[in-house]
Design a protein. Structure first.
Length: 593
């Protein structure tokens, strides 16, 4: 067979075009391309809220892109718009496209019908939501919820879907997967529920996985495990991943690129290495600088305003307490001896206890006047139970609690009423602890009127406004309701309510765990300032050892209802005696090597 020169040239040209086309289709097409996206919400009064403005984000196959920003920055709204999960009655898209490339075919998801999206959701694009308890159906077992998704998209038998579900539970490292299959969500821990959500998200091997704050409320050790699990699954299945978080430290190891959002705008986008080593935007610099792990105790933390408004910031030590002195020179405010708090888990027909759970097991320690004692440990270790038993909100099973040399273990209701004025609690969730039907002023003045009957309304109002201003709010906030404030502002209101009676002792129960890193810095600065002015003693409970190190004079580490170790914060952090404490330190994102 003789090939002419012209035919040979045509064949060569065809081969070149095929190679270029193959390269272009395989390498150049992204998995998802969000182009010039703007999102508006219509409010009840007819106004339009601009949630996202002209955002451009591209995700390729086998790539993890983190979207970072504070609450309200538009990161979750952007992610939810990909699967069209925003309420259609109030949302509008004045401009932009969300192009998903399925088999190298461009699909603008904004133009898809519900029927078309149903084929995409779960099958090609899956999502892990922030709160697994509210995302999982409480009346259906965990196994059936994952199995249902498999049957819907794969059209296989129940028995085969069950086998695949149990295999997925093994894959996400759930212990006893066959037992977990038949358990309900409330019977699992937070970390286990999150693993079930991950199993559900990857059950159909999607091309794109969206993770919306999947580790925010988890302990640092569980957080580290979940992050590694997502990374492993992504590499195994060659997925593209969008990882949404408000903490840059969380994505320091797993993300390939980082997109930083602020007030609906994309302010910076670069590789993870460049973002951490050479951030260009002031807001990115602020997010990196606000983390308490970077500062020693007593140093005033920088806040976002320092960077956005070009306010010079020099780390400076605040006034410190005298905790560094010998324990023999300090006065004990609270002494706990051999404290036990057991909860009954099984009873006989006659009511006799057959089994119990030891939430607090033979715990002994002292809290000195003027100090902040940090209590750290994973969820379920007994931290909150211990704090509430000291405040006599939970009755101990055995042991003793001394307050100012008085035994309050079995105090009467009348004695407890007097103690309430001196011992207060700052709750973890400020929104749940504030009455939505009461104004801020009413919520704060209520304990004043209860404990001081002679106080007039004007006197109570003056005290409340004084304290509102102390925590960074204004007199105009007195008549507002809790829903009119941000999360950080509500936390300030709860702090003001706890301080209104000028207590001697305050338990801070995970009071900054759910806050954005910059708001967290503001609240920690505020607590330090107020502690110097009001001279109260504090038990600061947290699962984050970096926060505990920053705020505490001494640290007490708790595990499975027992105290692992206790000592000066710097010594515990720099030279832990317990292997468990070392695990907590290693799990802090900013300190990972």
């Amino acid at each position: 067979m003789i090939i002419t020169r012209a035919a040979a040239m045509r064949l060569l040209l065809y081969c070149k075009v095929s190679i270029i086309k193959s390269y272009y289709c395989g390498m150049q097409f992204p998995l998802l391309a969000i182009k010039h996206l703007s999102i508006n919400f219509s409010t009840m009064n007819g106004r339009v809220h601009h949630a996202v403005n002209d955002v451009n984000i591209t995700i390729h196959k086998n790539e993890i892109v983190a979207i970072v920003g504070e609450s309200g920055s538009g990161k979750s709204v952007t992610a939810l718009s990909v699967l069209q999960l925003l309420p259609k009655q109030i949302v509008s898209y004045p401009q932009g496209e969300i192009n998903f490339y399925l088999n190298n075919q461009q699909c603008n998801l904004l133009t898809y019908t519900n029927e078309q999206l149903q084929q995409i959701r779960g099958n090609h694009i899956a999502m892990i939501f922030q709160e697994p308890m509210s995302s999982l159906n409480p009346v259906i077992t965990c196994g059936k919820q994952v199995l249902e998704a498999i049957i819907l998209h794969k059209k296989i038998s129940y028995e085969e879907a069950k086998k695949q579900t149990i295999h997925l539970f093994e894959k996400v490292k759930l212990s006893n997967p066959s037992i977990v299959f038949n358990r309900y969500p409330h019977q699992l821990s937070g970390g286990q529920k999150q693993r079930v959500m991950i199993a559900m998200a990857i059950c159909c091997k999607p091309d794109l996985l969206i993770c919306d704050e999947p580790t925010t409320a988890l302990d640092v050790t569980v957080q580290k495990e979940i992050l590694q699990l997502i990374k492993d699954i992504q590499q195994e299945n060659k997925m593209g991943v969008i990882f949404i978080t408000h903490d840059l430290g969380v994505v320091s190891e797993i993300a390939d690129r980082i997109v930083v959002m602020y007030k609906g705008n994309m302010v910076e986008q670069n590789t993870t290495q460049q973002i951490f080593s050479n951030p260009t935007h002031a807001y990115t610099k602020a997010l990196l600088a606000c983390r308490p792990a970077l500062y020693s105790k007593g140093t005033k933390l920088p806040v976002v305003a320092n960077f956005l408004h070009d306010i010079s910031f020099t780390p400076s030590l605040q006034e410190n307490s005298n905790i560094a002195s010998s324990n023999n020179e300090k006065e004990i405010l609270i002494s706990v001896k051999n404290l036990q708090v057991y909860f009954s888990t099984r009873k006989s027909f006659t009511g006799k206890e057959l089994a119990n759970f030891k939430a607090v097991d033979e715990v002994s320690f002292d809290i000195y006047k003027g100090e902040t004692l940090g209590l750290v440990g994973e969820s379920g270790c007994g931290k909150t139970t211990l704090g509430r038993s000291i405040l006599k909100l939970i009755q101990p099973t055995a042991g003793s609690i001394m307050y100012n040399n008085k035994d309050i273990t079995y105090a009467t209701n009348q004695q407890l009423q007097k103690l309430r004025k001196e011992m207060q609690l700052i709750f973890q969730d400020p929104y749940a602890s504030l009455n939505p039907m009461m104004t801020v002023g009413e919520a704060i003045t209520e304990p004043l009127h209860f404990h001081n009957k002679q106080l007039t309304n004007n006197q109570a109002k003056e005290k409340t406004i004084y304290l509102l201003e102390k925590v960074g709010l204004t007199a105009n906030d007195y008549k507002k309701y809790p829903h009119e404030f941000s999360g950080g502002q509500r936390q300030r209101i709860v702090i003001a309510r706890a301080l209104i009676l000028q207590p001697a002792f305050i338990v801070c129960d995970e009071s900054v765990s759910a806050l954005d890193v910059s708001v967290q810095a503001q609240v920690l600065n505020l607590l330090n300032d107020l502690k110097q002015e009001f001279r109260f003693t504090a038990l600061f409970i947290s699962h984050d050892l970096s926060v505990i190190k920053y705020v505490s004079d001494r640290i007490m580490v708790m595990k499975n209802g027992k105290i692992e170790e206790i000592g000066i914060a710097e010594k515990i952090f720099n030279n832990p005696q317990s292997q468990y404490t070392q695990q907590l330190i290693d799990a802090i994102p900013i300190l990972r090597k």
